[in-house]
Write a protein that binds this ligand. Structure first.
Ligand code: 0O2
Length: 230
């Protein structure tokens, strides 16, 4: 943690540097490729989100209900990109970001039931412009803390005015209860130096198991409700 004197020195250094035109030009020139890359990721998010909206529309007729509750999207923050590059031992460059970080573009698909997750992911991966790069099934094999979700890293094309470009997108599939647990877990454990860690970890795991059990029971109720009258 820097003290206020250090912060003032750093601030003054940057202010002075940025008042120089050569430095300004340098910053503008080097930030342009980053801006372009982030814009391509935003386009990839739009492509993937549309694919799920289309699937939801079609399957809502077939299933007589919407398999998708909500779709959330996010572009990884610059701080988070920097932290991940450092953690993985890569220096800061636009090339390294594109080549080595797979979750800059994130699409989270919140489904009603676990089976919806597998049906949707299968239909999505069957599309001929989607290439699967990596799959982590934390539903079949939950993380030790109880986290459940199906993660896919895929490549999708984006169509620009003069070229087609392949972009990586991370798609996370969760049920409502998986998402509810993960959101609260993220908030509760946000502070790294929390007290009572052991009891919190135990309770968190217990809640994840109750939540998985509720998913199974709700899915059974859905099946019962769909049975046709004799
Ligand atoms: P944010 O804010 O969502 O970006 P890898 O990319 O394979 O080298 P990584 O990134 O650990 O390794 O991949 P993994 O395990 O697939 O997890 C990535 C994302 O899944 C996280 O993103 C979270 O969104 C979510 N996630 C994974 N484990 C947990 C967990 O235990 N609890 C919660 N709440 N979420 C989890 P980021 O980058 O951490 O954050």
């Amino acid at each position: 943690m820097k003290n206020s004197n250090d912060k003032k020195l750093i601030e003054n250094f940057f202010r002075k540097a940025l008042s120089n035109q050569d430095v300004k030009d340098f910053v503008i020139e080097y930030s342009q490729p980053y801006k372009e890359l982030m814009s391509y990721y935003r386009c990839a998010i739009m492509e993937v989100e549309t694919k799920f909206n289309v699937l939801n529309e079609e399957l809502s007729i077939l299933y007589e209900r919407n398999p998708i509750e909500t779709i959330k999207t996010r572009l990884k923050s610059p701080e988070s990109i920097l932290e991940k590059l450092e953690r993985k031992g890569f220096s800061l460059s636009v090339e390294n970001i594109e080549k080595n970080i797979y979750d800059i573009a994130g699409v989270r698909v919140i489904c009603s039931h676990p089976s919806d997750i597998y049906n949707l992911s299968k239909a999505f991966l069957a599309q001929d412009d989607i290439t699967l790069i990596k799959e982590k099934d934390y539903i079949k094999s939950p993380k030790p803390n109880g986290y459940r979700s199906l993660h896919l890293i895929v490549e999708t094309p984006i169509f620009l005015h003069d070229k087609k470009k392949s972009m990586k997108v991370e798609v996370q599939f969760r049920t409502i209860s998986m998402d509810w647990w993960a959101s609260l877990e993220h908030k509760i454990r946000y502070k790294k130096d929390i007290v009572n860690r052991e009891i919190i970890d135990q309770e968190m795991l217990a809640c994840a198991e109750i939540s998985a059990d509720l998913d199974t029971r709700m899915e059974q109720l859905q099946k019962l409700a769909m049975q046709k009258k004799k």
